[in-house]
Design a protein around this ligand. Structure first.
Ligand SMILES: [Zn+2]
Length: 315
């Protein structure tokens, strides 16, 4: 996630534009609107939209390098407690989210859920302890704790030391007062994934779901990812907040699923043919027009995805 960003070529941009025009010409297709939301803040590094009263999605703008949050997340305000979903990339990012909560609600987070162990989702944790005598309770899986705590320092280290470990096989429900968030450990993007559900309204997906940005397979177990993605995007929630990228429509979630399928096809085919991931990735210069335009954080992300398939098939 911190690698170089591949700029979209003019041809890709034009292809994207063409896809929009083509869609507009098809009379049987209904163009889906974005999930209903209300803009709360629009800063250079991230925006916040309200999905309901006291329910926010934090949508970061990671392209360009000016975002201290980098990853997406959310906020759920209950009568008694205020939960933030995810730890963001840098302490300044977490502090910015806390400032927005204080400004709108005059309250501070009481609970922070970490979605998985990647640095752009835990690196900001220390920011939640700044300027408060009552740091929030942090919720993690054992796998997140094992991977992050040994190298965490300062406030982040203290928060992780005191963190509550989620039950491994059953969902944990946090009652915020009039609102309940259900946390379910999952796997696929990493062995440490957590999904947060607010009834059938909102699912905070962490990096199990990406939109517009091609997913990072660095630690993925692709067969698990395939199963988990089906479960998460099929859970009936009105809004799915992805780990990266804008809020997806149903159509974009379907595209994401197709991108996952395409990587499986390429991964399996190249593995059986004995083609190395790097060589197989060269053949895929861009994603098919049918799944819309996706940007790559790094030109190596296709290769990383194919390599993840080979790694699993080799076992
Ligand atoms: Zn990740």
């Amino acid at each position: 996630m911190r690698e170089r960003i591949r700029p979209l070529s003019r041809r890709e941009v034009m292809k994207g534009a063409g896809a929009v025009v083509a869609t507009a010409w098809l009379p049987t297709l209904t163009l889906e609107a974005q999930p209903p939301s209300q803009l709360i803040t629009d800063d250079p590094g991230a925006s916040i939209v309200a999905l309901d009263e006291g329910v926010w999605a934090v949508i970061s703008k990671p392209l360009g390098g000016a975002s201290p949050t980098v990853s997406n997340g959310g906020v759920v305000v209950g009568r008694d407690r205020v939960l933030v979903f995810d730890g963001f990339a840098r302490p300044e990012g977490a502090s910015w989210v806390v400032d927005q909560i204080e400004r709108q609600f005059g309250r501070q987070p009481t609970d922070v859920v970490v979605s998985h162990h990647h640095g752009d989702h835990v690196g900001g944790l220390g920011g939640f302890a700044e300027g408060t005598d009552a740091p929030p309770r942090v919720w993690v899986t054992q796998s997140i704790k094992d991977r992050v705590q040994p190298t965490a320092r300062g406030a982040a280290g203290d928060l992780l030391e005191a963190a509550t470990v989620l039950a491994a096989t059953t969902p944990t429900t946090i009652d915020l007062g009039g609102r309940q968030v259900e946390l379910t450990p999952m796997s696929g993007h990493t062995p440490s994934d957590v999904v947060g559900r607010l009834g059938d309204q909102v699912t905070f997906c962490g990096d199990l779901v990406w939109n517009d940005l091609f997913p990072n397979y660095m630690d993925a177990v692709p067969t698990q990812l395939r199963r988990t993605v089906t479960t998460v995007i099929g859970d009936g929630a009105r809004v799915h907040v992805p780990g990266h990228g804008p809020l997806p429509t149903r159509e974009r979630l379907r595209h994401y699923s197709e991108v996952i399928d395409l990587m499986e096809e390429l991964g399996r085919r190249s593995f059986e043919a004995g083609t190395a991931p790097a060589a197989a990735a060269v053949e895929l210069t861009e994603l098919p027009e049918s799944v819309g335009g996706w940007t790559l954080f790094s030109p190596r992300y296709f290769e990383t995805a194919i390599a993840a398939w080979h790694r699993e098939l080799n076992q």
